[in-house]
Design a protein around this ligand. Structure first.
Ligand code: PMP
Length: 357
């Protein structure tokens, strides 16, 4: 039953790592690129999702967390036994909490209290000190980012990693996510598209892919409702007031962060994806591809499909599968929550069987 030939054949269906990696931080990155079969066949193109939910802390933000900590260590800002303070929608905090535990730092997180309970609970289980604070605009001094900065200033041997404006974040993607995608597609990537929170993923990955392809790879930005980036890009640089909101977490922006600023002039185009499409895609990815993903991943896949249709049959489009639905399941799979957001009707009848909470 376990003949060598059969084992060799079966092994080919599993990803293998040739060598052991060094602890939590050694396991960050090198995620699979998943070919999304059903959506590709529907569009006549090839659509790929970078499986960032497979990072050891469960999201794309493990890369940024490791990047900002390494940078602070290299510059002598973060010393043994020090404290890392950050403002985050949750995933960077979770990545930082893991990295801090693994490297012997303390971790203090400020986040808006609108974020899912799962993320807050996980941060506390990872030993982080969590301050879930009222969600107010960036211009307000009580915004979670400013509170994180002020808190770090009041501590000794502490740093504020400042993921939004610290370009060590985008750099982490420039040296990891970008090269991985380039290798995994063997350079055949016509377009890359994703939503942005800090802009680190888009800017770092986009910059690498543009350089390697001599400007041939298009880099598109996808926005949730309530974000100003699409109108900024499509109006040639006019910044409007934020209005509206989205069920997606961790994406959408009201300003041009320093990470995004490093790349915004090279963005090929931008568009907004309504929540109805994102939530439907959460369920469709589960039903057709067997992938249990959060709403920002779903938004990214909707955007990849739209871009593939725009570019025409035969194109190769890559996007990011940011994290798993585990982090939001009390919301995304709850009938009551969907109804409260007016989104139950967006789920087609044949997918309603997945609404189990
Ligand atoms: N998706 C999720 C679930 C996130 O938490 C984040 C980051 N907050 C992003 C996407 C966006 O990534 P970036 O900050 O690199 O733009």
């Amino acid at each position: 039953m376990w003949s060598a030939a059969r084992v060799a054949c079966a092994r080919r269906t599993f990803a293998t790592n040739a060598i052991a990696v060094d602890g939590f931080t050694g396991a960050v990155g090198n995620t699979p690129l998943i070919y999304l079969k059903h959506l590709s066949e529907k569009t006549g193109s090839r659509i790929f999702g970078k499986a960032e939910f497979q990072n050891p802390g469960g999201s794309v933000k493990d890369r940024a967390a490791l990047g900002v900590v390494r940078d602070a260590e290299d510059r002598g800002l973060l010393k043994s036994g020090g404290t890392v303070v950050e403002g985050t929608a949750g995933n960077t905090g979770i990545g930082l909490a893991h990295v801090c535990r693994a490297r012997g730092y303390k971790c203090v997180i400020f986040m808006p209290n609108t974020q899912s309970q799962e993320k807050i609970d996980l941060l506390r289980m990872l030993g982080a000190e969590v301050h879930a604070v009222p969600a107010v605009a960036y211009e307000n001094p009580a915004n979670y980012n400013h509170l994180a900065r002020d808190h770090a200033q009041g501590l000794s041997n502490a740093i504020w990693t400042n993921q939004f404006d610290n370009t060590a974040n985008a750099y982490a993607h420039y040296i990891s996510t970008g090269p991985e995608i380039w290798e995994q597609t063997q350079g055949a990537v016509d377009a890359f598209v994703c939503a942005t929170g800090t802009g680190g993923t888009l800017a770092g990955t986009g910059k690498y892919l543009r350089e390697k392809s001599n400007g041939k790879t298009q880099i598109w930005l996808a926005d949730p409702p309530g974000s100003v980036l699409t109108s900024y890009i499509n109006s040639g640089g006019k910044l409007t007031e934020r209005s509206g909101s989205s069920i997606t977490e961790g994406i959408g922006q009201g300003r041009i962060t320093d990470n995004l600023a490093t790349f915004i002039n090279d963005v090929s185009g931008a568009f907004t994806v309504p929540d109805e499409k994102s939530i439907q895609m959460v369920y469709e990815l589960l039903d057709t591809e067997g992938l249990y993903l959060g709403a920002s991943s779903a938004l990214n896949v909707v955007a990849a499909v739209e871009l593939a249709l725009k570019l025409g049959k035969g194109s190769n489009v890559v996007t990011v599968l940011c994290d798993g639905a585990y982090r939001y399941q009390s919301r995304l799979f709850s009938k009551q929550w969907l109804e409260s957001k007016g989104l139950e009707g967006a789920i087609p009848q044949y997918l309603k069987k997945y609404i189990v909470l």
